[in-house]
Design a protein around this ligand. Structure first.
Ligand code: F3S
Length: 649
């Protein structure tokens, strides 16, 4: 039987298991990336492993989330990260050099290779044929130590693209259309593989916009094959030698096929506050817009900013609207500056930010209360912009710029009719990418050879091996779709403590209940209860690490988001699924006891555990875990388990 692109790459890297959907496989990792909010813990854990150097072909440490360094803790973290990259042999990208996915895409991403990254949008370079997966920091640590990455073999779904995008429709609209059809849960356990005649009409930057937001579908990864457009891109970034041919076999079998006719795609917009809340722009038109932002790892490339520049040529941003451009890489900023576009945009009333995640996680450019902000980003979860009552819409650069000109949401086709002389800027590939990146420090240029730790950088907490008896109070009962932003908010005032777990833990679930952290510490153990899709959002491992530090033993939920569930295993918290009836009955404050011997059950492969609530009623909780995940849980987490492995070998 023929193979899909995904199966071909996985087959080349398979070290354990078989490519049967749902079965756990172990794969070798060629490249890893980390960013500054997840990287500090990755390197502290790497230090705890006791190895001298990174074992993967390539490792890269980016500083993109906290680049404003408004607190010495951020700067100390960046110094620590530079010292860790130098000490252990990773590339180091300085703060302000750009967002990890974009800098990685420009400098290192290569078709046919595997990439594991401690950021949920790691699948971005799938647009050029790299099989890239987002994971928790501890998985990155282990991969850097030469260990395999374990994941359930996903189903491979064929997204067949036909036709060609019409006027004013863009790659962003393609992924918004998929979100509209499939929802934020539509990709769980799947890789989306893009094929069909429409593929060749899309360039690599357009493809990476689509693969980037595959994360919002909940997908394990998204990937395109390689072709002339991939070659064109690799030549543009001066890495033609990285090209390899990668196409599915003619008789490849897919779990499912979804057809998208590109010619039928129209400008779309995701309304507040979920990326799948997608409607045609015309349905949202007329709302006054106070802020427009172009940037992020989704639409912050040079090729995303150029359409805005062309649309604003000879025009001005509406007086009631602020427009900010945050290029996703300094490379993009440089190209815009060299070509004179920066000055043109500034003259039109646009402000520029440094190349950073920034506003995407509520750092800078926080919208005013109860005002509309249009952003080209990938997420609009409530409060993520830095204010609880935000009203963030997600759209393409063309739709965002049309709103900036009009001062209200408007379909760019209607604005073009209104103005008479506004033309669809179309897509234009950037030229002038410069391989010599002064802000990217290669291992052989390292300036440090030992770790530099400031006072805010603490130790890695470890958990005891799993006990036999698990019992405690339901400390919090939550609804569906609790995100990692709810568990540990990503705002700057909080994330500066990411290397200081006791302090950071004080903010755990504070957006749901600000008494939670103290109650958990006082109770010395207990459970979390949640509805569907618990832990959706990012790969933030602190969302498992902090509850672990507070003494939480397990989470009873109707379902879990993939990366977060892996993080719960990694930090020794038992993720148990319960059915809807039991979920409805459990209340906050209830006493829960797992009746069976949990330690023994986890070790022996038990999949069902009886739990008793308030000594009044019983339910059944399910544990879906591989043999390896069971060993990790039993050891008290992955770090302890990995050290055990080194001791045994
Ligand atoms: Fe950064 Fe936002 Fe992307 S935080 S990595 S720009 S999703």
């Amino acid at each position: 039987m023929g193979k899909t692109i995904t199966e071909k790459v996985l087959d080349d890297h398979l070290v354990e298991g078989e490519l049967t959907p749902g079965e756990e496989i172990g794969i070798e990792i060629d490249q890893v990336l980390t960013q500054d909010t997840t990287g500090t813990m990755v390197w502290l854990q790497f230090e705890a492993l006791g190895l001298d150097e990174v074992q993967t072909e390539l490792a890269a440490q980016y500083c993109d989330h906290q680049t404003y360094q408004f607190d010495f803790k951020n700067t100390d973290d960046h110094r620590f990260l530079r010292s860790a990259a130098g000490t252990y042999g990773a590339h180091f990208s300085r703060p302000g050099n750009g967002i990890c996915h974009n800098v990685h895409k420009e400098n290192f991403a290569a078709p046919g290779k595997t990439l594991l990254g401690s950021d949920s949008h790691t699948p971005t370079p799938g647009g050029l044929g790299q099989l890239a997966i987002g994971a928790g920091g501890l998985d990155i640590t282990v991969a850097m130590g030469g260990g395999a990455y374990y994941v359930d073999m996903p189903e491979v779904v064929n997204i067949r693209l036909e036709g060609e995008l019409g006027e004013w429709a863009s790659a962003k609209d393609v992924i918004l259309e998929l979100l509209r059809r499939l929802s934020v849960k539509g990709g769980v356990g799947k890789v989306f593989e893009y094929t069909g005649p429409g593929v060749e009409t899309l360039s690599v930057p357009e493809r990476t916009t689509i693969t980037n937001m595959g994360t919002e579908l909940g997908a394990t990864s998204s990937i395109f094959g390689t072709d002339e457009r991939t070659k064109e891109w690799l030549e543009e970034v001066d890495r033609p030698e990285d090209y390899v041919e990668l196409q599915p076999d003619e008789d490849a079998e897919y779990a499912d096929e979804i057809v998208v006719d590109l010619s039928e795609i129209e400008p779309l917009i995701a309304e507040p506050s979920m990326p799948d809340n997608v409607v045609p722009v015309r349905e949202a038109a007329g709302q006054s817009v106070e802020q427009v932002m172009i940037g992020s790892c989704t639409n912050g490339a040079y090729e995303d900013i150029l359409p805005a520049a062309k649309m604003l040529e000879g025009r001005e941003v509406n007086k009631k609207t602020e427009m900010i451009i945050a290029p996703a890489s300094k490379q993009a900023s440089e190209m815009l500056a060299r070509e004179g576009w920066t000055a043109e945009l500034m003259a039109a009333g646009v402000n520029f930010s440094e190349a950073t995640c920034g506003a995407c996680i509520g750092i800078g450019h926080v919208p005013g209360s109860d005002t509309v902000s249009l952003r080209t980003f990938n997420r609009n979860f409530e409060g993520r912009s830095g204010i609880e009552d935000d009203s963030v819409f997600l759209c393409s650069p063309e739709v965002a710029t049309a709103a900036a000109i009009k001062g209200e949401i408007i379909d760019p086709r209607d604005l073009a009719d209104e103005l008479g002389d506004l033309e669809d800027p179309g897509f234009e590939m950037g030229t002038g990418y410069d391989r010599e990146d002064a802000d990217l420090i290669a291992p052989d240029e390292a300036v440090d050879d030992e770790l530099v730790k400031g006072p805010n950088i603490g130790d890695v907490p470890l958990k005891d091996p799993l006990q036999s008896n698990l019992k405690g109070e339901v400390l919090l009962r939550m609804d569906d779709n609790i995100t990692t932003d709810h568990i540990i908010p990503a705002t700057s005032d909080i994330l500066k403590f990411r290397s200081n777990v006791p302090k950071l833990s004080e903010f755990t679930l504070s957006r749901v209940d600000d008494t939670f952290a103290q109650r958990a510490l006082d109770a010395d153990g207990g459970f979390l209860v949640a509805g569907e899709n618990y832990g959706q959002g990012s790969s933030r491992e602190h969302a498992a690490l902090c509850p672990m530090y507070l003494g939480i033993e397990g989470v009873l939920a109707q379902s879990f988001a993939r990366i977060h569930k892996a993080n719960l295993f990694n930090f020794g918290l038992v993720p148990l699924t319960i059915d809807e009836d039991d979920y409805e009955k459990i209340e906050q404050g209830d006493d829960v006891q797992i009746v069976d011997d949990v330690g023994e059950g986890v070790r022996s492969g038990a999949t069902e555990f009886t739990f008793r609530v308030n000594d009044e009623w019983e339910g059944t909780a399910h544990l879906d875990a591989s043999e390896r995940e069971r060993e990790i849980l039993a050891a008290g987490g992955k770090l302890s388990w990995t050290r055990q492995q080194y001791d045994e070998s």
